[in-house]
Design a protein around this ligand. Sequence first.
Ligand code: NAI
Ligand code: MG
Length: 496
Amino acid sequence: MTITSASTSTSTDSLLIDGRQLIGREWVPSATGRTIDVINPANRELLARIPRSDAADVDAAVEAAEQAFPAWRDTNASVRASIIFRWADLIEQNADELDQLESQEVGRPSWGPSRLPAQLRFIAGQVDKVQGVSLPTYSPDTIGFTLREPYGVVGAIIPWNAPGAMFLNEVGAAIAAGNTIVIKPAEDAPLTPLALAKLALDAGVPAGVINVVTGYGSEAGAAIPAHPRIRRIGFTGSPATGSLIMEACARNLTPLHLELGGKSPQVVFADADLDAAVPAMVAGITLNTGQICAAGSRVVVMRSIHAELVDRLAAEMQKVTVGPWHQPVTMGPLINEKQYDRVLNYIELGKQGGADVVTGGGVPQGDLYGNGFFVQPTLFDNVSPDMRIAQEEIFGPVLSVIAVDTEEEAIAVANGTDYGLVASVWTQDVGIAVRMSRALNAGQVGVNNAIGAGVIGGPFGGYKNSGFGRTMGADSVLNWTQVKTVSMRSATLPQF
Ligand code: NAI
Ligand code: MG
C-alpha cells in the first residue's frame, strides 16, 4: 500500500481514513470543515487530511458517548470481553497494513511482528475479572460489598510516537471497564488510531463507545479536560502539556493519569557484559529515532571502562543505517519540523556546553534524505550531569555519556534529573543489581535490559515528573473504574 495523495472518500477496503473522524456511528468532517495535512516525515509528501476539530466537535463526541454509555455499561462482561477479543483478531488479520500505516505516519521502519493483538488480548482477559470484595458487617442482617463501576464518558489524549499501542492502551482499558471514550490522537500520527477505531466497529464495538476526534492540541485537545461531563482522563506526552491538562482537570475535579517521558539512565558497571549492553543501548536510543518515552538517553559509566565503552558505542552507532521507512534501514526520520529543530538545537547546545561529539552530530547528506526530517545518531562524550543535554528530554537519537567513580556517584547522577520513568543497570553482580534496583528512582528498572522490555503485563508509569498512575498492568482495567460500597440490610430480620 502506497499512499501518495489524499482522496475525499473513506474507502471500505482500506484502513486509510481520509478527511473524516469518528463521532457516534458516523465518519464526519470537523464542524467547521477545516482540515490538517498529515505529512510523510521522510519526504514531506501529503499522506492524508484529517478534520481540524475544536470544542464543538468534542462536545458532539461527548453527546454520542453519553448516549452509548448505559447500554455498554450494562452489556454483560463476557460479551464485552468477546467483542474486544474479536477486535484483537481483526487487528491481527490486518497487522501488516496497520504496521505500514504507522510506519508511514511516524516514519519508522517496520517493527516486525505486531504486538498489538497481544496487548489488546491482555486487556480483554481482564474484562470478566473486574471484581469487588465482600465486607465484614456489624450485624448479621447486613451484608456489605463493593462494586467496581465505570466512570461514564472518559477522555484520552495520546502522542504520535507509537500511536497504535497508545490508542489501545487507553481505549482498550477504558472501554473494557464499561466506559465510553472520546480520544484525540496526535495531529502528526492520527491515521493508525482512526484505522483501529474502524476495526473496532467491524468487531462489534457499538457506535458511540469509541469516538475519535482529530485536531490540534490547543483546540480539540484542550477541549477534552475542559469538558465538565468527561469523568476521567488519560494523557501521554510532554510535561508542559501534562501540566496544562492537570490544571484543566483540577477545575473540573476530574481524576487523571499522566505519562510524561523521561531522561532514562543506563548505568554501566565495570563487570558488565558489553557484548550484550552495547547493541542494546544503541538500539534503545535509535529505535523510533529516539522518540520513545522510555529511551535510555544517558549512559552513566564507571571510569575504568569509560574509554572502551565509548569506542564500542561509537562503532555500534556507526552501523545504524538511516533513511526512509520503506528502505532497508534501521532508523527513519524524526516526526516533524518542530522535532527536527528541537533535536538539532540540543545537539548544538551539547557542543556549546563543551561535550565532545564522538559520532554523528548533524544531518546525513545525500539524495535519500531529500526533504525528510533526518538527523544522525549522535554520541556525546564527557557530558557533565548538569548540562541541558543531560537533564532534558531530547526525544531524538542522542546519547550522552557521563563517567563516574563510585556506585554512590552513579546513583546520584542516575537519579539527578526531574524525570523518573525507566532506569537500567548493566552488571553481572547480583549485589549491585539488588542495590541499584532499590536505589534508582524510576517506575521501571531494567537489569541487563535497555528499555524495560521483555515483561508481559508490567505496570508502566513514572516517578517524579515522569507522571503518575500506571497503565498496561493486570489492574489497567480496574484503573478505569470507581468503587462503590454497598451495605444491604434485610427489612425482615430483627435489627441490632
Ligand atoms: P505534546 O505533549 O504537546 O503532545 C502530545 C499530545 O497532546 C498531542 O496529541 C497533542 O495534540 C496534545 N496537546 C498538545 N497541547 C495540548 C493542550 N494544550 N491540551 C490538550 N492536548 C494538547 O508533545 P509534542 O509537542 O508533540 O512533543 C514535545 C516533546 O514532548 C517531545 O520532544 C518529547 O520530549 C515529549 N513527548 C513525550 C512523549 C511520551 O511518550 N511521554 C510523547 C510525545 C512527546
Ligand atoms: Mg507526519
